[in-house]
Design a binder for this molecule. Structure first.
Ligand code: F0G
Length: 452
């Protein structure tokens, strides 16, 4: 059998609402050409994010009913803690309401003026939390990541030589920790190899710098390691996951990705003293240590989701369905970030629309075109998201993120047809002007008008 099918059948369905092109024209204008302002009822296929948008399993829904809503010492917390402990080997496990809450607590503790935090690529909320603390966030991707067509098997890796050079330049005392994001979202959902993690770890060890993972998509990363890294083909996913976490002194996790839940996050910290300070902050702003801003039922759903996400049949389907979309887009003529990543396909909009300069947001133009053509919602990852600073982003990308266990192959085929139509009419796409620019994370609330 060649077809890798969805390893589930559907038990509850959520109807989709069709719209006409004329309706979408008006909706887009009313949203000021920012798709974050569009109501989800007006979106047919929502590829805005893979975060919190997955479908839960029947066992997760069953676990929800078991949720223990005690303020302190809930059974649900202990079930959650045991699953996370078993998966990661960490003892000190803090639940948070989502990934950025873990980031906020961590960087309130270790960030601050003059501090510098390297990463392969910081995700936007991680960077924003670091900068909010007064520290500086530095990206150290490998050179291959800058070339969309380069098919490096671990294009998410950190450039270890650049890390060495940074430490030599600023001094280890200014680096409270080093992060590595798995998979590397901003670089195209690309994996990081265990070899690279070990090399980063070695640099950190030499200088006494703790290593933290941003481990939102740890299971997808482990699957890529099993497929691509020498020596791991016969290893189980759980084993590989364990090996990744054992290299780290801590981790921030948005469980809205590989936790297979709609809300939830985790902060892992090995150092007991730091963990206790984190507990205090957790209680201050999130909730008591046995619920951290979540309901008991959310902890149950996370515990079950974390068991399901490391199943090989699930991961084979997951990675294949993303790759399928990538292959079809390449066939149309789109340059995407190759090879296809784990959770999303990233289209090189800069290359597609050379007439539209970065200042007129070619990525946003493509986002608008996909919505107009077929009600598909994607997100710009380029000058809208990262622009307005001294250095422009290296690439103008559009991300099509795939929610977990939500869309079938025919939904994706429909996306491919729409993408083909947009490709054929790419010469007609228009650039935009930003009419409102918020100070932080501007892509969420910026407004635009289309240029003539
Ligand atoms: N780190 C990475 C690598 C992420 O991709 C995200 C979220 C976060 C941290 C923050 O987690 O949303 O639970 O607070 N990424 C989503 C996305 C929003 O669309 O890529 P959160």
């Amino acid at each position: 059998m060649k077809t890798i099918i969805e390893p589930f059948r559907i038990k509850a369905v959520e109807p989709l609402r069709m719209t006409t092109r004329e309706e979408r024209e008006g909706i887009l204008r009313d949203a000021h050409f920012n798709v974050f302002n569009i109501r989800s009822r007006d979106v047919l296929i929502d590829l805005l994010t893979d975060s919190g948008t997955g479908a839960m399993s029947s066992l997760q829904w069953a676990a929800i009913m078991r949720g223990d809503e005690s303020y302190a010492g809930a059974e649900s917390f202990f079930r959650f803690r045991d699953v996370v402990r078993d998966l990661t080997g960490f003892d000190h496990i803090l639940p948070t309401h989502q990934g950025r809450a873990a980031e906020r607590i961590l960087f309130e503790l270790v960030g601050g003026p003059r501090k510098i935090v390297p990463n392969n690529n910081h995700f936007d909320t991680t960077r924003a939390n670091i900068e909010h603390s007064g520290a500086e966030a530095v990206d150290l991707p490998i050179a291959e990541a800058a070339d969309p067509a380069n098919r490096h098997p671990f294009k998410g890796n950190m450039d270890v030589a650049k890390l060495e050079a940074l430490v030599a330049r600023v001094g280890a005392d200014r680096i409270p920790l080093c992060m590595v994001t798995v998979t590397n979202n901003s670089a195209g959902g690309q994996p990081v190899s265990l070899e690279n993690l070990r090399a980063v770890r070695a640099v950190c060890d030499r200088h006494g710098i703790p290593l933290f993972l941003d481990a939102c998509r740890f299971a997808e990363n482990a699957f890529f390691i099993k497929r691509r890294e020498r020596g791991y083909q016969e290893r189980g996913i759980r084993d590989i996951v364990r090996e990744m976490f054992e290299l780290a002194d801590g981790a921030t996790i948005s469980a809205k990705k590989d936790g297979l839940v709609n809300i939830g996050g985790i902060l892992l910290i090995r150092d007991e003293a730091l963990a206790q300070r984190a507990d205090a902050l957790l209680i201050l702003t999130e909730g008591f240590v046995t619920y951290g801003g979540l309901a008991g039922r959310d902890l149950e759903a996370m515990a079950q989701g974390l068991e399901e996400v490391v199943l090989e049949d699930y991961l084979a389907y997951r990675i294949r369905s993303t790759e399928y979309l990538g292959e079809r887009l390449l066939r149309i003529g789109y340059q995407i970030v190759e090879p296809p990543g784990g959770h999303a396909i990233y289209i090189d909009a800069g290359g597609l629309l050379p007439r539209i300069p970065p200042a007129q947001f070619p990525g946003q133009a493509l986002v608008c075109a996909l919505y107009r053509a077929a009600g598909i919602r994607s997100v710009e990852v380029g000058s809208v998201m990262f622009g307005g600073k001294d250095t422009p982003p290296p690439l103008e990308l559009v991300r099509l993120a795939i929610p977990r266990r939500v869309y079938t192959q025919s939904h994706i085929d429909y996306v491919v047809e729409a993408a083909a139509e947009v490709y054929a009419r790419r010469a007609e796409l228009r650039g935009l002007r930003m009419t409102h620019e918020p100070p932080f994370l501007r892509h969420f609330t910026a407004t635009f008008e289309e240029l003539a």
